[in-house]
Ligand binder design. Structure first.
Ligand SMILES: [Mn+2]
Length: 447
């Protein structure tokens, strides 16, 4: 067939099997992961099933465990489509004795014949960089019906949500982008990579990047714009090249002077992919899906990705509420945080944003030489979040083992990744745990 994304024949064989299954059933259940890629995957599948006039129901979940599978078993589904998850649970899914398709890009430990298992990483594509849950789902959608190409922006928003755009799209993601550009569905534009349609919105509401001294302060941003003769309220698309140059120079200087790493600064002006039908960028679609996922408003995220105007406005509201909470705390953190010898820490009353605050503080506000730790009181215990930098990890930092040992010594539990970890400790043991973490971190980074 002409016009299909070229993929290895073994992979295409499985996509065809999945397409045949869909053709032969009535009631279809879609189960997807709850993050930006998962919501985008579900949007691709929902759009595809809508076009095929198949009744369906979508559920997002954090994990696919035996309990969840039991629930699915008790329903009467003709077919279950799992997206952005499932490759690690093939046994459980096979045990449902229902027709099922898994569309995933996570690590594969085994394969199966009992269901249709589609994971491009089994055909040499890198699941971390070349293909996401949403682009895997899109392989099926474009195979089923060419009009499903309208869903390509959702597929790419999923890849973006899994950070696969960094350094340029690759693999299957790149094949989807290339063709969407050729078809004129997506246009490339060199622009500021900030959310919001005007300089005022973009700078004053920006938490990532955070512009020290300006983010969260509309009046100061308006003053700054007038100093460089840029109308703060004008939409980005309407700025002249000269205005854009003045604006981006000032923003780059601001980030550089707060010691922001080059990788963040270099992202400020970059190629944006604009979806022609909506005028939204892929980055914006992904960030709104993320806002919906964070608030557990999954169907809102679906509707937004499928182009519902009201849903888009509501999703923007969710994002600005969240940004508002984060910005308020970041402005307070500009005053400084408690400095210990090898770590820096602060109290955060809102545990749900503590980890994000640590990361943003270290990237855009405070010292980068020590990991940042936030603690939130929750009942009888403190929740602790810690974040490091790549440079610190290169020097030996391992927050997973550090926080696991420090919290374990005081009767708590902790763990995670070398660069980002968390723990819970009894309320009275917080200071002792922080002291231990300070010592361990010192040894790791020196050693
Ligand atoms: Mn994913």
């Amino acid at each position: 067939m002409k016009g299909l994304i070229p993929i290895p024949s073994g992979l295409e064989e499985r996509v065809r099997e999945a397409a045949d299954l869909i053709g032969g059933v009535k009631r279809i259940r879609v189960v997807s992961h709850y993050d930006s890629d998962g919501i985008s995957s579900a949007a691709v599948l929902a759009g595809m099933l809508k076009n095929a006039s198949k009744p369906f129901q979508v559920t997002m979940t954090r994990s696919l465990d035996a309990h969840f599978i039991e629930r699915l078993k008790s329903e009467t589904n003709d077919l279950v489509l799992f997206s952005d998850m499932g490759s690690g649970q093939l046994d459980l899914i096979g045990g449902m004795n229902t027709k099922a398709v898994v569309l995933d890009h996570h690590r594969v430990t085994e394969d199966t014949d009992s269901i249709v298992h589609i994971n491009p990483s089994m055909w040499g594509f890198n699941g971390t960089t070349d293909v996401s849950g949403a682009t895997t789902s899109f392989l099926l959608a474009q195979y089923l019906d060419e009009t499903n190409w309208a869903l390509a922006p959702c597929a790419l928003a999923g890849a973006y949500g899994d950070m696969q755009h960094l350094g340029g799209y690759r693999g299957i993601n790149q094949l989807v982008m290339q063709k969407a550009l050729e078809k004129g569905q997506i246009e490339e534009r060199l622009s500021l990579s900030l959310q919001g349609g005007s300089a005022l919105e973009a700078i004053a509401l920006s938490a990532e990047p955070y512009f020290r001294g300006y983010s969260g302060r509309k009046d100061l941003v308006a003053d700054l714009c007038s100093q460089i003769s840029v109308d703060p309220g004008k939409q980005f698309a309407d700025y002249t090249d000269a205005e854009m140059r003045r604006l981006s120079s000032v923003l780059i200087l601001m980030l550089a002077s707060s010691g922001c790493p080059y990788e963040h600064i270099s992202q400020i002006v970059s190629v944006q992919h604009v979806v022609k039908s909506s005028g939204m960028t892929i980055s914006e679609l992904s960030s709104l899906a993320n806002a919906c996922g964070r608030s557990e408003r999954y169907s809102l995220g679906l509707a937004m990705e499928l182009g519902d105007g009201h849903a888009t406005i509501e999703a923007k509201g969710l994002r600005s509420q969240y940004n508002g909470r984060v910005l308020e705390r970041l402005i307070a953190l500009e005053e400084g945080v408690e400095q210990m010898e090898h770590i820096q820490c602060f109290r955060s009353d809102d545990a749900s944003i503590a980890g994000a605050l640590c990361g943003l503080y270290m990237s855009f506000i405070g010292a980068k030489s020590k990991p940042t730790v936030a603690y939130s009181l929750s009942g009888d215990s403190y929740k602790i979040s810690a974040r490091g930098t790549k440079q610190l990890v290169e020097k030996g930092l391992d927050l997973a083992s550090g926080l696991s040992d420090a919290s374990g010594s005081v009767g708590g539990v902790g763990g995670g990744h070398v660069i980002a970890s968390g723990a819970t400790v009894p309320r009275d043991e917080l200071r002792k745990c922080l002291g231990l973490l300070d010592d361990i971190t010192g040894k790791q980074v020196r050693g």
